[in-house]
Design a protein. Sequence first.
Length: 326
Amino acid sequence: MTPRRRLTVALVLEGAVRDEVDALRRALGSTAVERIGPHVTLVPPVNVREDELGAALDHVRAVCAPAGPVHLVLGPVATFAPATPVVYLAVGGDLAELSLLQERLGSGPLAPPPGRGRRRPYVPHVTLDQRSDRARIPSVVEVLSAYRAETTLARVTVLEFHEGERRWAPMADFSLGGGRLVGRGGFEVELSAGSRLDPIAHAFMESEWSDYAREAYGDGSADEPFALAARVGGELVGTATGQLRADCCRLANLIVGRRWRSLGVGSHLLRAVEALGREHGAPFVRLETRLGGAAERFYAERGYEVTTSLPRWRRGHDFVVMERRL
């Protein structure tokens, strides 16, 4: 059987509005906060064959290209009860543009299966809690009846469901308004920007980089990514990500949850990264961190030494490169 990916397409809230809505979700006891960010669904979950993934992503890109940023007004709090115990934020604002975007996206490769039946009317909303206590719903709606927030969203996100983690993670995003067309030499080039490469573009990058590395360095091996997660009692408390190469283990990010800091979680993650480096034959671990920050002290205490300065490397702040021999 051809593998399938379970996808959904949404406008994902960002910045301060996202944080505010997530605070409401936590206050209501939503169990979905860690599994998917606050969003307005445009295409409900649909299974897409692996060999049709490229066509599905091209479809989203094509629909987004002629559109523009969407201004949304969130609130008041409402409910689908008694039909379902869902509490949500109503969505107003550019509803005509939003409905058109939703209609166009939900066609072609992302259309629902023929046997699914007639579509329900589209009701744009941001879910706060899918399984609210029915007895509490009237009081929740009343208490939060005055809530309003406004935001303008300029990109559409494709999310994929990861069965093992039971969560939705962003796969690709596309600018509303599409990319820029530039042209010299008789052909046009479309330049698109986003926060991540989609799987098709990522596979292209990996393949082309392997060829380039072979030609430039005599080594066709690609960087091998790693990702570590630390949990306590099932709760996610920290992560570490980076790349493994024959000449170096690069630690890109090490993050520990606020209430778990200074309890040894970071040290456990760092030791695990170093163990991965040794297993891969890397002679040292390398990382970049802010000059004079708490992270620099953390790494220095664990044997890391500054090797290079990076003036104004990120948002005007000075950083340093640190290394530790393995």
